[in-house]
Every structure is written in structure tokens, then in C-alpha cells.
Design a protein around this ligand. Structure first.
Ligand code: AMP
Length: 288
């Protein structure tokens, strides 16, 4: 265990972390254990989830692990930003109690062969376009849950399909963990904060800010009475193309229960998009 000058304790080894958790669990009147999993390159979106955890009161635990098995694109993994010292400084600033940074070999030992799959919820949206991605996510999340044994875990609504899949997994597997969703934090331009934004060229960064503008346009069209899914989606695709966002992976309007599309859009449904700017893939969504 590496103790810095602040109160943040950084732990790398799974076995050390498990021992620590055992101690926390055995404390009398113990406070809740709150986990915020991340892949690092922390920005205000991540920090907002941590602040949400801090408000609950308990032991806040952040994890940083770039999970190789959720990357279906090897280049995306290779280019994923790493800003560890900066991350540590930010977590120090927020007075996070523990930071867990496990090593790949300690998480996926030799001959690792078990995965967790949530089936139907990955048929649409990112699941349709990133084969294996959500199996990688659920597998690492359940491993983190088993190591950290949190009472509460917090995930961002920016990755809505991920949040809904994790909630399903927790229910299906009878885990006693409360899953909380945190709202999407955006730049002033509306662009959803993402670790991958760092990799955008200046021109593409500007273009990326039109994504949220488009989502809001769809919401306004829906609120003004247009409810045919196909028309709303086509209008958005047209708008994106007119703004130079032509490499669209998907534009879908889905319900939040099953993440399925319906011909007629209802209040509470979500418009979700994924598109590429250069080699960088961005996602965003907005509740209608
Ligand atoms: P990541 O490091 O990308 O795996 O993200 C870690 C957590 O932060 C996930 O639960 C994400 O949904 C969440 N997150 C990422 N971007 C944002 C954002 N802009 N606002 C709120 N939460 C976010």
C-alpha cells in the first residue's frame, strides 16, 4: 500500500484490496462502501460521480483499470489516454478514500475463461456495433464487485446501455448492490465529456459539439408533437450530415426498459447516437 501525503490510499494488489475490504466490513457501525469504476483519464464527468458518492457518505473507492476485454478495437485500446498522476491529484483533491489500480495480470490471470453475459439488452445500440464489448464490461464489473464488495456503485448515464445492463446483471444475479446513475456532464458547448475527446483534432472537436445540438433538436421536435421514430431519426441523420458528422454508426430511439425501438416514440424514451470523427468514436444520448 502506497501512502501519499494526502489521505488517498492507492492499492494495486487484488489480495491487499480484499484484505482491506474485509477489515472495513468487520468494523462496527461501518459506513457504506461506495465504488466508482473508471478507466482513468479522469474528467469532470468522472469527478461528478465521485462527488455524488461523497455526498452519500461512506468510504469512497475509485478504481482505474483500462479493461482490455471490453475493447473490440485494438487501436482504440492502444490509443486510450493515460494520465495517472493527474488522476491521482484529482482524486486527492476530492478526498477519495481509496484508489484501486490493479494490474492486468492480477485481474486476468493465465487461462482466464469465465465471462458474464446479459443477453437481450445488448442487441441494440453499442452492443450491436461492438461485438463482445458488453461481455467485457459485465465481466470486469462483476470482478470489481467481488473484490470491492460495495454497497453502492455509481455509473454515468452517458453510457446508458452500460448502466442499464449493469442494473440488470445485479438483479439477475441477486447482488446486494445499489446501482446509482449520474447525469451526463457536458462542456459549455454541450459536448459530453469523454476521455476520448482529448484525441480529437481541433476541427473535429468543434464538429463534435453539434452532436448534443442534434439531440436537443430531436427532443424539441418530439415535444412539439412529432412522435414517429423513423422521421425523428431521419431528421437527426440529415442534421448530422449537414454538420459534417457523416460517419454515423447508429441513431436509435429506444425505450429504457428493454432498449428496444418502437414505431411511435413515448415520453421517457431515449435518443442515442454513436458516430466517428476521424478514428475517434463518440456516443451520447438524451431522454425525450
Ligand atoms: P470510463 O472511464 O469512460 O469507463 O467511465 C467511467 C464512468 O464515468 C462510467 O460510469 C461513465 O458512464 C462515466 N462517465 C463518463 N463520461 C461521463 C460524463 N460526461 N458525465 C458523467 N459520467 C460520465
Amino acid at each position: 500500500m502506497l501512502k501519499r501525503k494526502s489521505s488517498l490510499k492507492i492499492i494495486n494488489k487484488v489480495s491487499t484490496f480484499k484484505n482491506l475490504i474485509k477489515k472495513l466490513h468487520n468494523k462496527k457501525n461501518r459506513k457504506p462502501i461506495i465504488l466508482i469504476p473508471t478507466m482513468g483519464a479522469l474528467h469532470q464527468g468522472h469527478l461528478s460521480l465521485i462527488e455524488k458518492g461523497k455526498k452519500i457518505g461512506g468510504y469512497t473507492i475509485a478504481s482505474i483499470f483500462i479493461n482490455p476485454i471490453q475493447f473490440n478495437d485494438k487501436n482504440d485500446l492502444k490509443n486510450y489516454p493515460i494520465t495517472l498522476q493527474d488522476d491521482i491529484d484529482k482524486l486527492n483533491g476530492l478526498k477519495v478514500d481509496y484508489l484501486f489500480i490493479p494490474k492486468i495480470e492480477d485481474i486476468f490471470g493465465k487461462n482466464f475463461q469465465t465471462t458474464v453475459t446479459v443477453n437481450d439488452l445488448q442487441k441494440n445500440l453499442c452492443g450491436m456495433h461492438r461485438p463482445g464489448h458488453f461481455n467485457g464490461v459485465t465481466t470486469i464489473v462483476i470482478k470489481l464487485f467481488n473484490i470491492v464488495k460495495p454497497d453502492i456503485a455509481i455509473f454515468g448515464k452517458k453510457d446508458l446501455q452500460q448502466l442499464i445492463i449493469i442494473k440488470r446483471m445485479v438483479k439477475d444475479l441477486n447482488l446486494d448492490i445499489k446501482i446509482i446513475g449520474g447525469k451526463t456532464i457536458r462542456e459549455r458547448s454541450g459536448l459530453a465529456l469523454s476521455s476520448r475527446n482529448k484525441l480529437l483534432t481541433k476541427t473535429n472537436y468543434h464538429k463534435a459539439s453539434k452532436i448534443y445540438l442534434g439531440l436537443k433538436m430531436t427532443k424539441n421536435q418530439f415535444l412539439s408533437g412529432k412522435n414517429k421514430s423513423i422521421n425523428l431519426k431521419n431528421n437527426l441523420i440529415k442534421f448530422f450530415k449537414s454538420e459534417g458528422l457523416s460517419n454515423i454508426e447508429y441513431v436509435q430511439i429506444v425505450n429504457q426498459e428493454k432498449l428496444e425501438e418502437n414505431a411511435i416514440v413515448k415520453k421517457g424514451d431515449v435518443i442515442a447516437v454513436a458516430l466517428k470523427l476521424g478514428k475517434i468514436r463518440l456516443i451520447d444520448n438524451l431522454k425525450l
